[in-house]
Design a protein. Sequence first.
Length: 190
Amino acid sequence: MTELYVNRTLDCKGLACPLPVVRTKKAMEELNAGEVLEVVATDKGSVADLKSWSGRTGHQYIGLKEENGAFRHFIRKAEASDTKEEMKHVNIATNDEVHHKLTAGDKLHILDVREPAEYAFGRIPGALSIPLGDLEEKLDQLDPNTEYYVVCRTGNRSDSACQMLTVKGFRSVINVIPGMSQWTYEIEKD
């Protein structure tokens, strides 16, 4: 296979969301337009996270190679005129607000977009698991007229999911922040 020329390699092995994206963003600021950054990560979530981040900011996600449990992402820095300011989904709810609604007996539709292992080790009771990387192909499992509370580990992946769902015509999607990394209430486990 042809080896890709990269201008810089960023080691994100062992880091979980949101750190691969945070470090990628900082590294991209140091590159010139047209240069290629290789990001090496072991977090399976980085596959959806970095592709989504690239699309939201205007950088070109060239592709991915998986080797020995590591994901090698290749991203080309866009010209300044082609970059976009990173947008955040405007409809949010805090962990406390979601917990309050659940304890008040409200029937919430919670969509957990973390990877299956993250979901198995602890989730909001009743949450539906559809990892961000699978979400677009599984949209038919969701009702665009239903209100969804979308959760991930830190609020970043769920933000991407909320933006995607909104673009696809879902009427009410709410990003749960800060997400499962700071969820201190009851959880379900496998």
